[in-house]
Ligand binder design. Structure first.
Ligand code: SAM
Length: 278
Protein backbone atom coordinates (compact mmCIF):
# COMPACT_ATOMS: atom_id res chain seq x y z
CA UNK A 1 0.00 0.00 0.00
CA UNK A 2 1.27 3.51 -0.84
CA UNK A 3 1.04 6.51 1.53
CA UNK A 4 1.00 10.04 0.13
CA UNK A 5 1.11 13.46 1.81
CA UNK A 6 -0.49 16.33 -0.07
CA UNK A 7 0.22 19.94 0.73
CA UNK A 8 -2.83 21.90 -0.33
CA UNK A 9 -1.17 24.98 -1.77
CA UNK A 10 -4.33 26.74 -2.99
CA UNK A 11 -8.00 25.76 -3.01
CA UNK A 12 -7.35 24.06 -6.35
CA UNK A 13 -3.70 22.98 -6.31
CA UNK A 14 -1.67 20.51 -4.28
CA UNK A 15 1.81 18.97 -4.18
CA UNK A 16 1.83 15.25 -3.36
CA UNK A 17 4.83 13.29 -2.12
CA UNK A 18 4.98 9.58 -1.44
CA UNK A 19 5.79 8.89 2.21
CA UNK A 20 8.05 6.04 3.26
CA UNK A 21 7.60 6.59 6.99
CA UNK A 22 6.05 9.10 9.34
CA UNK A 23 8.73 9.94 11.93
CA UNK A 24 6.83 12.42 14.10
CA UNK A 25 3.37 13.93 14.33
CA UNK A 26 2.81 16.31 17.23
CA UNK A 27 0.48 19.15 18.20
CA UNK A 28 2.65 21.87 19.75
CA UNK A 29 1.19 24.91 21.55
CA UNK A 30 1.57 26.80 18.26
CA UNK A 31 1.07 24.42 15.35
CA UNK A 32 0.81 20.86 14.07
CA UNK A 33 4.32 19.56 13.52
CA UNK A 34 5.27 16.57 11.37
CA UNK A 35 8.50 15.04 10.11
CA UNK A 36 8.01 12.66 7.20
CA UNK A 37 10.52 10.41 5.46
CA UNK A 38 9.72 10.79 1.75
CA UNK A 39 11.06 8.91 -1.26
CA UNK A 40 11.70 11.96 -3.43
CA UNK A 41 12.96 14.64 -1.05
CA UNK A 42 14.28 12.74 1.98
CA UNK A 43 13.13 13.98 5.38
CA UNK A 44 10.54 16.73 5.25
CA UNK A 45 9.47 19.16 8.00
CA UNK A 46 5.78 20.08 7.80
CA UNK A 47 3.95 22.71 9.91
CA UNK A 48 0.16 22.99 9.77
CA UNK A 49 0.17 21.01 6.51
CA UNK A 50 2.73 23.29 4.79
CA UNK A 51 6.16 21.99 3.73
CA UNK A 52 8.86 23.99 5.52
CA UNK A 53 11.99 22.30 4.37
CA UNK A 54 13.25 19.04 2.91
CA UNK A 55 16.66 17.40 3.08
CA UNK A 56 17.08 17.43 -0.71
CA UNK A 57 16.18 21.01 -1.65
CA UNK A 58 16.69 22.97 1.58
CA UNK A 59 20.07 24.26 0.40
CA UNK A 60 18.51 26.59 -2.18
CA UNK A 61 16.35 28.46 0.32
CA UNK A 62 18.91 28.58 3.11
CA UNK A 63 21.80 29.69 0.91
CA UNK A 64 19.70 32.40 -0.72
CA UNK A 65 18.19 33.77 2.48
CA UNK A 66 21.64 33.95 4.13
CA UNK A 67 24.34 34.74 1.57
CA UNK A 68 22.63 37.57 -0.31
CA UNK A 69 22.40 39.82 2.79
CA UNK A 70 25.68 38.63 4.32
CA UNK A 71 27.79 39.39 1.25
CA UNK A 72 25.97 42.72 0.85
CA UNK A 73 26.88 43.90 4.37
CA UNK A 74 30.59 44.81 4.66
CA UNK A 75 31.03 43.63 8.28
CA UNK A 76 28.15 41.37 9.34
CA UNK A 77 29.16 40.76 12.95
CA UNK A 78 25.77 40.51 14.71
CA UNK A 79 23.11 38.49 12.92
CA UNK A 80 19.61 37.70 14.13
CA UNK A 81 17.26 35.10 12.65
CA UNK A 82 13.52 35.14 13.38
CA UNK A 83 11.89 31.71 13.00
CA UNK A 84 14.18 29.26 11.21
CA UNK A 85 14.02 26.66 14.01
CA UNK A 86 15.32 23.93 11.70
CA UNK A 87 18.80 25.55 11.83
CA UNK A 88 19.42 25.66 8.04
CA UNK A 89 19.76 29.46 7.85
CA UNK A 90 22.11 29.47 10.86
CA UNK A 91 24.28 26.81 9.18
CA UNK A 92 24.75 29.08 6.14
CA UNK A 93 25.26 32.25 8.21
CA UNK A 94 28.09 30.54 10.11
CA UNK A 95 30.02 30.05 6.86
CA UNK A 96 30.87 33.76 7.13
CA UNK A 97 33.94 34.30 9.30
CA UNK A 98 32.97 37.95 9.91
CA UNK A 99 29.92 36.77 11.90
CA UNK A 100 30.68 37.00 15.63
CA UNK A 101 27.26 35.88 16.84
CA UNK A 102 24.01 34.60 15.37
CA UNK A 103 20.90 34.60 17.52
CA UNK A 104 17.98 32.43 16.42
CA UNK A 105 14.66 33.56 17.89
CA UNK A 106 12.16 30.73 17.42
CA UNK A 107 8.73 30.85 19.06
CA UNK A 108 8.20 27.08 19.04
CA UNK A 109 10.90 25.09 20.82
CA UNK A 110 9.29 21.84 19.63
CA UNK A 111 10.41 22.71 16.08
CA UNK A 112 14.00 23.06 17.31
CA UNK A 113 13.72 19.77 19.21
CA UNK A 114 12.33 17.95 16.14
CA UNK A 115 15.09 19.36 13.93
CA UNK A 116 17.76 18.35 16.46
CA UNK A 117 16.38 14.81 16.46
CA UNK A 118 15.53 14.24 12.80
CA UNK A 119 17.37 16.88 10.72
CA UNK A 120 20.95 16.94 12.06
CA UNK A 121 22.30 18.19 8.73
CA UNK A 122 20.53 21.46 9.42
CA UNK A 123 20.30 21.66 13.20
CA UNK A 124 23.86 20.78 14.17
CA UNK A 125 24.78 24.39 13.36
CA UNK A 126 22.79 25.39 16.46
CA UNK A 127 25.52 23.83 18.64
CA UNK A 128 28.20 26.12 17.22
CA UNK A 129 29.74 28.40 19.89
CA UNK A 130 28.78 31.46 17.80
CA UNK A 131 25.08 30.40 17.73
CA UNK A 132 22.52 31.16 20.43
CA UNK A 133 18.94 29.85 20.45
CA UNK A 134 16.28 32.05 22.07
CA UNK A 135 12.79 30.66 22.65
CA UNK A 136 10.60 33.75 22.17
CA UNK A 137 8.30 35.62 19.84
CA UNK A 138 10.61 37.24 17.30
CA UNK A 139 8.64 40.48 17.01
CA UNK A 140 8.59 41.03 20.78
CA UNK A 141 12.24 40.06 21.24
CA UNK A 142 13.36 42.45 18.53
CA UNK A 143 11.89 45.41 20.43
CA UNK A 144 14.52 44.83 23.14
CA UNK A 145 17.45 45.30 20.72
CA UNK A 146 17.45 48.83 19.31
CA UNK A 147 20.32 49.38 16.86
CA UNK A 148 21.93 46.07 17.79
CA UNK A 149 21.88 44.00 14.59
CA UNK A 150 23.90 44.18 11.39
CA UNK A 151 21.69 41.69 9.55
CA UNK A 152 18.19 40.39 10.37
CA UNK A 153 16.82 37.36 8.54
CA UNK A 154 13.10 36.62 8.80
CA UNK A 155 12.85 32.87 8.13
CA UNK A 156 9.22 32.54 9.15
CA UNK A 157 6.26 30.39 8.34
CA UNK A 158 3.67 31.87 6.01
CA UNK A 159 1.34 34.52 7.53
CA UNK A 160 -0.79 32.25 9.71
CA UNK A 161 -0.89 31.95 13.53
CA UNK A 162 2.12 33.53 15.29
CA UNK A 163 3.69 34.54 11.96
CA UNK A 164 0.85 36.92 10.94
CA UNK A 165 2.50 39.84 12.75
CA UNK A 166 5.80 39.17 10.91
CA UNK A 167 4.16 40.43 7.70
CA UNK A 168 2.76 43.69 9.17
CA UNK A 169 4.07 47.27 8.91
CA UNK A 170 4.61 47.56 12.66
CA UNK A 171 7.00 44.60 12.59
CA UNK A 172 9.10 46.12 9.80
CA UNK A 173 9.37 49.37 11.78
CA UNK A 174 10.74 47.26 14.66
CA UNK A 175 13.18 45.58 12.24
CA UNK A 176 14.32 49.01 11.05
CA UNK A 177 14.90 50.19 14.62
CA UNK A 178 16.76 47.02 15.62
CA UNK A 179 19.24 47.44 12.76
CA UNK A 180 22.55 49.29 13.18
CA UNK A 181 23.15 52.33 10.90
CA UNK A 182 24.51 50.13 8.06
CA UNK A 183 22.07 47.29 8.72
CA UNK A 184 19.90 45.35 6.33
CA UNK A 185 17.28 42.62 6.47
CA UNK A 186 15.80 39.88 4.30
CA UNK A 187 12.40 38.23 4.78
CA UNK A 188 10.91 35.31 2.90
CA UNK A 189 7.95 36.67 0.94
CA UNK A 190 6.23 33.68 -0.69
CA UNK A 191 5.50 32.98 -4.36
CA UNK A 192 5.53 35.70 -7.03
CA UNK A 193 2.95 33.68 -8.98
CA UNK A 194 0.52 32.91 -6.17
CA UNK A 195 1.02 35.76 -3.68
CA UNK A 196 1.54 38.88 -5.81
CA UNK A 197 -0.74 41.06 -3.66
CA UNK A 198 1.13 40.17 -0.47
CA UNK A 199 4.49 40.87 -2.14
CA UNK A 200 3.25 44.23 -3.45
CA UNK A 201 2.09 45.22 0.03
CA UNK A 202 5.31 44.07 1.70
CA UNK A 203 7.47 45.92 -0.77
CA UNK A 204 5.35 49.04 -0.26
CA UNK A 205 5.98 48.86 3.51
CA UNK A 206 9.72 48.26 3.04
CA UNK A 207 10.04 51.10 0.50
CA UNK A 208 8.46 53.50 3.00
CA UNK A 209 11.12 52.61 5.61
CA UNK A 210 14.37 51.85 3.74
CA UNK A 211 16.19 53.71 0.93
CA UNK A 212 17.04 50.33 -0.66
CA UNK A 213 14.04 47.98 -1.05
CA UNK A 214 14.17 45.13 -3.55
CA UNK A 215 12.74 41.72 -4.33
CA UNK A 216 14.80 38.72 -5.39
CA UNK A 217 13.85 35.16 -6.26
CA UNK A 218 15.08 31.57 -6.21
CA UNK A 219 13.79 28.34 -7.76
CA UNK A 220 12.74 26.00 -4.94
CA UNK A 221 11.10 22.74 -6.06
CA UNK A 222 8.91 22.01 -3.02
CA UNK A 223 7.56 25.53 -2.42
CA UNK A 224 4.24 26.54 -4.00
CA UNK A 225 4.73 27.31 -7.74
CA UNK A 226 8.47 26.48 -7.53
CA UNK A 227 9.50 30.15 -7.63
CA UNK A 228 10.06 31.81 -4.26
CA UNK A 229 10.75 35.41 -3.31
CA UNK A 230 12.61 37.36 -0.66
CA UNK A 231 12.21 41.02 0.17
CA UNK A 232 15.36 42.94 1.13
CA UNK A 233 15.51 46.29 2.90
CA UNK A 234 18.80 48.08 3.50
CA UNK A 235 19.77 51.34 5.21
CA UNK A 236 22.92 51.92 3.13
CA UNK A 237 24.32 49.05 1.08
CA UNK A 238 22.89 48.01 -2.28
CA UNK A 239 22.86 44.24 -2.87
CA UNK A 240 24.29 44.60 -6.38
CA UNK A 241 27.48 46.11 -4.95
CA UNK A 242 28.22 43.06 -2.82
CA UNK A 243 31.54 41.42 -1.91
CA UNK A 244 32.05 39.12 -4.89
CA UNK A 245 35.34 37.78 -3.54
CA UNK A 246 33.66 36.57 -0.34
CA UNK A 247 30.70 35.24 -2.34
CA UNK A 248 32.97 33.20 -4.63
CA UNK A 249 34.83 31.58 -1.72
CA UNK A 250 31.69 30.26 0.00
CA UNK A 251 31.15 26.51 -0.19
CA UNK A 252 27.66 26.47 -1.71
CA UNK A 253 25.56 24.40 -4.11
CA UNK A 254 23.12 27.01 -5.47
CA UNK A 255 24.40 30.44 -4.47
CA UNK A 256 27.23 32.04 -6.48
CA UNK A 257 28.13 35.64 -7.43
CA UNK A 258 26.31 35.11 -10.76
CA UNK A 259 23.18 33.75 -9.05
CA UNK A 260 23.31 36.66 -6.57
CA UNK A 261 23.20 39.16 -9.43
CA UNK A 262 20.64 37.25 -11.48
CA UNK A 263 18.27 36.78 -8.54
CA UNK A 264 17.35 40.48 -8.69
CA UNK A 265 16.32 40.27 -12.35
CA UNK A 266 12.56 39.77 -12.23
CA UNK A 267 10.29 38.41 -14.93
CA UNK A 268 8.89 41.38 -16.93
CA UNK A 269 5.30 41.06 -15.70
CA UNK A 270 6.39 40.99 -12.04
CA UNK A 271 8.94 43.80 -12.53
CA UNK A 272 6.37 46.04 -14.19
CA UNK A 273 3.68 45.39 -11.62
CA UNK A 274 6.02 46.11 -8.71
CA UNK A 275 7.36 49.26 -10.37
CA UNK A 276 3.83 50.54 -10.94
CA UNK A 277 3.02 49.95 -7.28
CA UNK A 278 5.76 52.39 -6.23
N1 SAM B 1 11.76 27.88 5.32
C1 SAM B 1 10.47 27.94 5.79
C2 SAM B 1 9.39 28.35 4.84
O1 SAM B 1 9.48 29.39 4.17
O2 SAM B 1 8.45 27.58 4.73
C3 SAM B 1 10.36 28.50 7.14
C4 SAM B 1 10.97 27.53 8.10
S1 SAM B 1 11.05 27.79 9.78
C5 SAM B 1 10.66 26.17 10.33
C6 SAM B 1 9.66 28.80 10.25
C7 SAM B 1 9.55 28.97 11.76
O3 SAM B 1 9.02 30.25 12.08
C8 SAM B 1 8.64 27.97 12.45
O4 SAM B 1 9.39 27.04 13.15
C9 SAM B 1 7.75 28.83 13.36
O5 SAM B 1 7.56 28.26 14.65
C10 SAM B 1 8.54 30.12 13.42
N2 SAM B 1 7.75 31.31 13.76
C11 SAM B 1 6.51 31.65 13.34
N3 SAM B 1 6.11 32.80 13.91
C12 SAM B 1 7.14 33.21 14.72
C13 SAM B 1 7.33 34.34 15.57
N4 SAM B 1 6.37 35.28 15.74
N5 SAM B 1 8.52 34.44 16.24
C14 SAM B 1 9.47 33.50 16.11
N6 SAM B 1 9.33 32.41 15.32
C15 SAM B 1 8.19 32.27 14.62
Amino acid sequence: MEFWFTEKQTEHLGLSVRVHKSLLIEQTPFQKLAVLETYQYGRMLVLDGAIQTTERDEFVYHEMIAHVPLTTHRRPGEVLVIGGGDGGAVREILRHSKVRRVRLVEIDDRVVAAARRFLPGLSQALDDPRAEVVNADGAEYLRTLPGACDVIIVDSTDPVGPAVKLFEADFFRTVHDALAPEGLFVAQSKSPYLDRGLIRDLLGIVRSLFPVALLYTAAIPTYPSGLWSFVLGSKVHHPLTFDEGRAEKLETRYYSPEIHRAAFVLPREIRDELNQAQ
